[in-house]
Design a protein. Structure first.
Ligand code: UD1
Ligand code: CA
Length: 464
C-alpha cells in the first residue's frame, strides 16, 4: 500500500522560551524535525508533507527539497494543521503516517511495527501509544471494556478518571488516508483550548464503526514530546544513549559513554577507542583502529584507520591513516594530512596540505600552505601568510627540512630536499637541495660576560 507522511511543524513552541522555532532545536546535533522527516522517509514514505507556520522559511531551508511544504498561516490546532494538506493528499489512496515535529525519538522500527499492525488489522486508524509513569501533559488513550480504543482525551480536557490513565498518545498515527480527511471535516474546536484537535479524529472514526488500533511501544522514551527545555534535555540524554549503543554494538569501544558526546550523523569504524571528554560532531567519520581522546573536539572531519588524536580540536579537516595528533593541536578548516603524519603540541594548521610522513611536532603555525612528503617543520617555525589584507601561499617541497624558529614569509617556495637553517627569516624562494641561512652571524667576545656582570654590580652598589 502507498505510504505517505504528514509532519506537523507549524507551532511556535512558546514553552521553549526561545528565539529559535521549537522544531529546529537540535537533539544530538540534528534539528528535531529533521530526525522525524528522515525517519518517516527511511520507513518507506513516498511522499512527505511538512506543515509549516512559525519560522516557515527557516524550517523549509533546513529540510530543503526532501519534503513538500504546506503553510498553516494560523495555528488553530493539530487537526487544522493536517487539514492544510488536503489539496495535496486528499486524492491519494493508502496509509498516511501523521507525526509531530517535536517527537524526535520515535524510531523507524516502531513505526514499521505500527504500520504492520495497522495494515494487517485493516484499521482506519492506529495510534502509537506508550505507558508513562507520569502522563502529565499528554493526551490519554481511553479504551472501552473490551480494550478497544474509544477516543483520545487531551490532558486539559480530562476528568479525574481519564487523568489517571497512564497510556498516552505519542502524537504518531497511521490513518487510512481517505478516512482521515473525511473525519477531519467533522472536527470542531469545542474543548478546553479552543483548538481543532487531530486526536478527535480517533473518536469520530470509532463512533462511525471503524476499526481503531493502538500500538504501545515498549520504549517509553520514544514518547518524549519536546515542549520545553526539560523535555529537550531528556530527549538529548535518551538519543545520546541510543547513539552510544549503536556504536558499541558496531564494535567501537567507548570507555565512558556518559562522558562522551557523539552526534547522530557521526560514523565510527570497528575497534576504534573513544576516551572520555570527546565530542564528535557533524559529518565526522572515523576509520577503524583509531584512538580518540581523552578530550578531542572533532567536527566535520574525516579520519582514516589507525590515527591517534588526543587533547585536540579539529574542524573541517581530513586526516590520513596512522597519523598522530596532539596533545593541544588545533586543526582548522582545510587541514589535509596524508598518511603517517605527526602534528604535535601547540601546532595550528589552517588550509594546509601535508604529504605522507610529514611532521610538525611543536609550536608552529602552518597556514595557506602546501607541504610535500617527509617534510620536517621544526619547533616554532611559522608560515607568515597575512599582511593584514591578503593571504599568501607557502610551498614546501618533498623531503625539505625547516629548522626551528624559521619564518617563511609568503608567498615563498622551499624546494625539494632543501634545508632552511634554524632562526632564518626566508623572504626568497629556496631552490631544490639548497641550504638557506638568513640570520646574523654569531660573534663571541672573550671574557665579556664577567666584565658586564662586575660593571652592573658596581652600579647597584653606588645606588645603595
Ligand atoms: C499533542 C497531542 C497529544 C499528544 C502529544 C504528544 C493533539 C491535540 N494533542 O499535544 O495528544 O499526547 O502531542 O507529544 O494533537 N502544530 C501545528 N499546528 C498547530 C498546532 C500544533 O503544526 O496548529 C504542531 C506543533 O508544531 C508540534 C505538533 O504539532 O510539532 C504538536 O503540537 P503541540 O502543541 O506540541 O501538541 P501537544 O500539546 O504536545
Ligand atoms: Ca508537543
Amino acid at each position: 500500500m502507498k505510504k505517505m507522511a504528514i509532519v506537523l511543524a507549524a507551532g511556535q513552541g512558546k514553552r521553549m522560551k526561545s528565539k529559535l522555532y521549537k522544531v529546529l532545536h537540535p537533539v544530538c546535533g540534528t534539528p528535531m524535525v529533521q530526525h522525524v522527516l528522515d525517519m518517516v522517509q527511511e520507513a518507506g514514505c513516498e511522499r512527505s508533507v511538512v506543515i509549516v507556520g512559525h519560522g516557515a522559511e527557516m524550517v523549509q531551508s533546513v529540510l530543503g527539497d526532501k519534503a513538500e511544504f504546506v503553510l498553516q498561516a494560523e495555528q488553530l490546532g493539530t487537526g487544522h494543521a493536517v487539514l492544510q494538506s488536503r489539496e495535496l493528499l486528499e486524492g491519494e489512496a493508502g496509509t498516511t503516517i501523521v507525526i509531530c515535529g517535536d517527537t524526535p525519538l520515535v524510531s523507524k522500527e516502531t513505526v514499521l511495527a505500527m504500520l504492520a499492525l495497522h495494515e494487517s488489522s485493516a484499521a482506519a486508524a492506529t495510534v502509537l501509544t506508550a505507558e508513562l509513569p507520569d502522563p502529565t501533559g499528554y493526551g490519554r488513550v481511553i479504551r472501552g471494556e473490551g480494550g478497544e480504543v474509544e477516543k483520545i482525551v487531551e490532558h486539559k480536557d480530562c476528568n479525574p478518571q481519564e487523568a489517571a490513565v497512564r497510556e498516552i498518545n505519542t502524537g504518531t498515527y497511521c490513518f487510512d488516508n481517505q478516512k482521515l480527511f473525511a473525519a477531519l471535516a467533522k472536527v470542531t474546536n469545542s474543548n478546553a483550548q479552543g483548538e481543532y484537535y487531530l486526536t478527535d479524529v480517533i473518536g469520530i472514526l470509532q463512533q462511525q464503526g471503524d476499526i481503531i488500533q493502538a500500538y504501545c511501544t515498549p520504549d517509553a522514551d520514544e514518547a518524549i514530546g519536546v515542549n520545553d527545555r526539560v523535555a529537550l534535555a531528556e530527549a538529548e540524554r535518551s538519543m545520546r544513549a541510543r547513539i552510544m549503543k549503536r556504536h558499541l554494538l558496531n564494535g567501537v569501544t567507548i570507555i565512558d559513554p556518559a562522558a562522551t558526546y557523539i552526534e547522530s550523523s557521526v560514523v565510527i569504524g570497528a575497534d576504534s577507542v573513544i576516551y572520555p571528554g570527546t565530542v564528535l560532531r557533524g559529518a565526522t567519520s572515523l576509520g577503524e583502529d583509531c584512538v580518540i581522546g581523552p578530550h578531542a573536539d572533532i567536527t566535520d572531519t574525516g579520519i582514516a584507520d589507525g590515527s591517534i588524536i588526543h587533547h585536540s580540536m579539529l574542524k573541517g579537516a581530513q586526516i590520513g591513516s596512522r597519523c598522530t595528533i596532539g596533545p593541544y593541536a588545533n586543526l582548522r578548516p582545510g587541514s589535509v594530512l596524508g598518511d603517517g603524519c605527526k602534528i604535535g603540541d601547540f601546532v595550528e594548521l589552517k588550509n594546509a596540505t601535508l604529504g605522507d610522513g610529514s611532521k610538525v611536532s611543536h609550536l608552529s603555525y602552518v597556514g595557506d600552505a602546501v607541504v610535500g612528503k617527509d617534510v620536517n617543520i621544526g619547533c616554532g617555525a611559522i608560515t607568515v601568510n597575512y599582511d593584514g589584507y591578503n593571504k599568501f601561499k607557502t610551498e614546501i617541497g618533498d623531503g625539505a627540512f625547516i629548522g626551528s624558529n624559521v619564518n617563511l614569509i609568503a608567498p615563498v617556495r622551499v624546494g625539494d630536499g632543501a634545508y632552511v637553517v634554524a632562526g632564518s627569516t626566508i623572504t626568497h624562494d629556496v631552490p631544490d637541495s639548497d641550504l638557506a641561512i638568513a640570520r646574523e652571524r654569531q660573534v663571541n667576545k672573550p671574557g665579556y660576560a664577567d666584565k658586564i656582570r662586575s660593571r652592573a654590580k658596581a652600579k647597584k652598589e653606588r645606588q645603595n
